[in-house]
Design a binder for this molecule. Structure first.
Ligand SMILES: [Zn+2]
Length: 433
C-alpha cells in the first residue's frame, strides 16, 4: 500500500475530514468561481453557510459538462468556473472533444500533485511496486493520461513508454526488457491476445504478471476479465478516472472486487439515479451514475459533476485493508439503451456473450434499429465466432436465451465470422448505428 495511513483510515474519519475540506471548498467557490456563485445563488444557496456540509450535498444542483462549455468565451476559453489567475496555472490538459471542440482542464501545481498522488495510490493498489518495470501504451499528448504516467514515477516504477498503435514495439519491449506489468485499455489487451496467437507467441510465457487496464469499462467484467487473464497468464485489475475531475481516481486491488477511491481526500463520490437525478444511498449493491465533487481543488473545482459512468457500489470490507466504498463501472450512460423500459449496457451484453468462449471470440456489436436511446425488441446483436467457428443456430439461440435471462432483454443474435468485427488498439465501439 502506497499510503497506508490514508488508505486504511476508518471511513467515518475520512468523511469527517472531507466534510471540513468540502466546507472550505464551498467558501472558496463563493469567493472565486463566477460559475458557482451564480449557479448556487440562483438555486437558493446564497452563501457557503447556507449550502451546509457534505450531509447536505445532495440538495445542491448537479453540474453538467455542457453548462461549463457554454460559459467559454474567446477571452476565457477555459470557462467561468476558472478560479485562479493565469500565473497560478501549472498545466492545461484537453479532453478529446468527442462532442465537439476540446475543453480545457487547468491545474495548479498543487492540483497536479493531488492528481498524481491519487493516481499513484490507485495504480499501486494493483500490486505493482517500486523497482518493477511497467510498459505503458498511452499516447498521453494533450490528454490527462499524462498525469497517470507521472503516477508511475511516484510509485517508483521503471516506466517504459511505447505509445499506442505500435504493437511490434510493445511486444519487443515485453520480450527484451521483461517488465512485470503493462498498462493499456482492455480492448487493446484483448487485441494483443489475438495478435500473439496469430503469430504463435505465448503471452503467458512472458514476464508480465500484472495487466493494468483503464480508459474504458470492461476490465472488471468477470467473463471478459477471465478471458484476458487466460490469454496473458497474468492478473488483470482496472483503474478509472474522468478528465474533468482527475485521472485514475479509482483503482482495483488484488482482491478484484471493485475499485478503491485512490483520490480519497481530494474527491468525494456520490451516486444518482441517471433518469431523475435523485441521490441514492451509497450502500452495498447500489447502482447508478457516479457524481464527483472536488474537495480541495484550486484551478477550477467542480461540484456534483455528472460523470456519465454507471457504477455498482460495494461497501463490504475488502481483505486488502483499504476502507471506503468501491465501485465497478458497468458502462457509460451515453451508451445505454432502453429496450421496452429495461436499461441495457452494451458492455453487459459483451459480458454475457464472453461466457460462451471458446465458441465465440468475445467481440460483439449492438446495432440499434431506431435512433436515440429507446428501442423496441428484439435488439439486434452481432456476435463474432471464434476462429474456425461455424454458424450454429443452436449457439445463437443459447446466447439469445442467456441474454434474456441475465439482462431481461429480447435480442436477435446474428453470428458473424471470425475477424469480421473491428479490433481496436484504443477503445472499442460496442454500438454501431
Ligand atoms: Zn481491496
Amino acid at each position: 500500500m502506497l499510503d497506508p495511513e490514508v488508505e486504511t483510515r476508518p471511513w467515518a474519519e475520512q468523511l469527517a475530514l472531507d466534510d471540513s475540506s468540502y466546507r472550505a471548498q464551498l467558501a472558496y467557490l463563493f469567493d472565486r468561481s463566477a460559475f458557482y456563485r451564480q449557479k448556487l445563488t440562483s438555486a437558493g444557496f446564497s452563501s457557503a453557510a447556507v449550502a451546509g456540509g457534505l450531509a447536505d450535498l445532495a440538495e445542491l444542483p448537479l453540474t453538467e459538462k455542457q453548462e461549463i462549455r457554454a460559459t467559454c468565451t474567446p477571452e476565457n476559453p477555459i470557462g467561468a468556473h476558472l478560479c485562479v489567475p493565469p500565473t497560478e496555472i501549472a498545466r492545461i490538459y484537453s479532453t478529446s472533444g468527442t462532442t465537439g471542440a476540446p475543453s480545457y482542464i487547468p491545474l495548479t501545481a498543487d492540483d497536479l500533485d493531488d492528481w498524481v498522488a491519487g493516481s499513484a495510490r490507485s495504480y499501486a493498489a494493483s500490486g505493482v511496486a517500486a523497482g518493477q518495470r511497467i510498459v505503458s501504451t498511452y499516447n498521453a499528448g494533450p490528454f490527462v493520461a499524462g498525469a497517470a504516467l507521472a503516477a508511475f514515477d511516484r510509485i517508483g516504477l521503471c516506466h517504459i513508454p511505447v505509445g499506442t498503435g505500435n504493437t511490434d514495439r510493445l511486444v519487443q519491449a515485453v520480450e527484451r526488457l521483461r517488465p512485470e506489468a503493462v498498462v493499456l485499455t482492455p480492448s487493446y489487451a484483448a487485441h494483443l491476445v489475438e495478435w500473439a496467437a496469430e503469430r504463435d507467441l505465448d503471452l503467458r510465457a512472458s514476464s508480465v504478471e500484472r495487466v493494468l487496464v483503464a480508459g474504458e469499462p470492461g476490465g472488471g467484467e468477470p467473463a471478459f476479465r477471465a478471458s484476458l487473464e487466460a490469454g496473458w497468464g497474468a492478473r488483470v485489475t482496472e483503474a478509472m478516472g474522468i478528465g474533468d475531475i482527475g485521472v485514475s481516481l479509482w483503482g482495483e486491488c488484488e482482491e478484484q472486487d471493485g475499485m478503491h477511491l485512490g483520490a480519497r481526500g481530494f474527491v468525494h463520490a456520490d451516486v444518482i439515479d441517471p433518469e431523475t437525478g435523485e441521490a441514492l444511498e451509497l450502500e452495498d449493491g447500489a447502482a447508478g451514475e457516479l457524481v464527483l465533487t472536488h474537495l480541495r481543488h484550486r484551478a477550477a473545482p467542480l461540484l456534483r459533476f455528472r460523470t456519465r459512468d454507471h457504477v455498482q457500489v460495494r461497501t463490504s470490507p475488502c481483505r486488502c485493508g483499504r476502507t471506503g466504498p468501491r465501485v465497478r463501472c458497468i458502462g457509460r450512460t451515453d451508451d445505454m439503451l432502453i429496450v421496452r423500459g429495461v436499461n441495457v449496457f452494451p458492455s453487459a451484453v459483451r459480458e454475457v456473450v464472453s461466457g460462451f468462449a471458446p465458441q465465440v471470440s468475445g467481440h460483439v456489436v449492438v446495432k440499434p434499429r431506431a435512433p436515440g436511446v429507446k428501442q423496441e425488441p428484439p435488439l439486434p446483436v452481432n456476435v463474432e465466432l471464434a476462429r474456425g467457428g461455424t454458424d450454429d443456430p443452436l449457439l445463437a439461440q443459447a446466447i439469445r436465451e442467456r441474454i434474456r435471462d441475465v439482462l431481461v432483454v429480447q435480442t436477435r443474435v446474428e453470428l458473424v465470422p471470425w475477424g469480421s468485427l473491428r479490433r481496436s488498439e484504443y477503445k472499442s465501439r460496442l454500438v454501431e448505428r
